[in-house]
Write a protein that binds this ligand. Structure first.
Ligand code: PLP
Length: 354
């Protein structure tokens, strides 16, 4: 991997602003490498952040052959930078690549690229409470041809940019509408791959629910429209009687979240029972109404834990925990973010310090 440092003096660069919004400002450098059938992956390099030049016929523009990842770097209490389970994102990236008929990348080169990029742009890792540097690995199909088929050329790149605290101050419950008309992904499809088409497919329903005053969509399975899958770009957890955390079992159409997996491993050490099960929306709503379910929360890299205060389904509204953040959501949030920011012991060896 070659490294080409931005030659501009630091004060003339696009430095990390005091205020930023997620995904709108990018740090100084990026990683790129290219693939073709003759050379395999080649030209791995870190260079100043720049626009890509692609042929308008590039396959990604027409048939959406692309994948991406999302992970974060956190400034710890000693000023060093922590990555949280980055190898899991890299493995998922390669699983997505396989499903989308794209070439896998070398895991250690990918991790090296992330670490070198974060080290080089360490001034971009914010030190405000709850803020982080968001890391976005991506792969796109670049063959200039319109004939339908897997591309023979690809670009893999990684960009980073600062992300503020998801919840300004304190955890704020969100309202969620259960999609009864639209589906995100179907078994046998690409729901468990992190590919752009899944997100494009979700936009129409998201717009509709926001017009109804809800902030996120809860997706049901596409075969029976009955079993709970995930919420927006998060997995979902239900807390029974303050002590058991239940999440939908992976069905093939659910994205296997790293936060979800971390909660399944961490929660038992905090005194909770955990289970993965097929969850019928009608049973879940009845259990909310009878207060057997005491809390509901979404989980993912962006927010870590996002309490759900209200579920809307077929004209009725179901309020959870008085639309307030419950103790289990708060406990899991504090423990996970504590590991990420280095204020809690990393018992699982999840942190890699840059
Ligand atoms: N589900 C979807 C559709 C997502 O996009 C994400 C975010 O990446 C998640 C779940 C949560 O995954 P993770 O915890 O790895 O961020």
């Amino acid at each position: 991997m070659t490294i080409e440092i931005n030659p501009l003096p630091i004060e003339e660069r696009n430095n990390c602003p005091e205020e930023f919004s997620f995904g709108a400002t990018f740090s100084d450098h990026m990683f790129t490498q290219d693939f073709d059938e003759k050379n395999g992956w080649h030209d791995a390099k870190i260079s100043p952040y720049h626009a890509l030049s692609l042929d308008p016929s590039a396959a990604v523009f027409h048939y959406s052959q692309e994948i991406f990842e999302g992970l974060k770097a956190y400034r710890n209490s000693e000023g060093k930078i922590n990555l949280f389970r980055p190898e899991e994102n890299i493995k998922r990236f390669n699983r997505s690549a396989k499903r989308m008929v794209m070439p896998e990348v070398d895991e250690s080169l990918h991790l090296d690229a992330i670490k070198s990029l974060v080290a080089l742009d360490k001034n971009w890792v914010p030190d405000q409470q709850g803020a982080s540097l968001y890391i976005r690995p991506t792969m796109i199909a670049t063959s200039p041809k319109l004939g339908l088929g897997a591309s023979s050329q690809y670009s893999h790149f990684i960009i980073t940019g600062p992300a503020g605290s998801y919840f300004g101050g304190g955890l704020t419950p969100i309202s969620v509408f259960v999609a009864d008309k639209y589906r995100r992904a179907v078994k046998g499809g690409v729901g468990e791959a992190k590919t752009g088409g899944n997100y494009a497919a979700s936009l129409y329903a998201s717009e509709e629910v926001s017009k109804l005053g809800f902030s996120q969509v809860l997706w049901l399975d596409a075969v029976e429209g009955r079993f709970i899958e995930e919420v927006g770009a998060m997995n979902i957890c239900f807390v029974y009687e303050g002590k058991t955390i239940v999440t939908p079992k992976l069905s093939g159409s659910i994205l296997p979240g790293i936060t979800r997996d971390s909660i399944l491993k961490l929660a038992p050490t905090l005194g909770y029972e955990v289970s993965e099960a097929q969850l019928d929306i009608e049973t879940i709503l009845a259990d909310i109404d009878s207060s057997k379910i005491t809390e509901v929360f979404g989980c993912g890299t962006a927010a870590v834990v996002s309490p759900v205060g209200k579920l809307g389904f077929k004209g009725a509204e179901h309020i959870i925990n008085n639309n307030e953040t419950g103790p289990v959501s708060k406990h899991i949030y504090d423990e996970l973010t504590g590991i990420q920011y280095g204020t809690r012991e990393d018992k699982f060896g999840w942190i890699q310090t840059v």
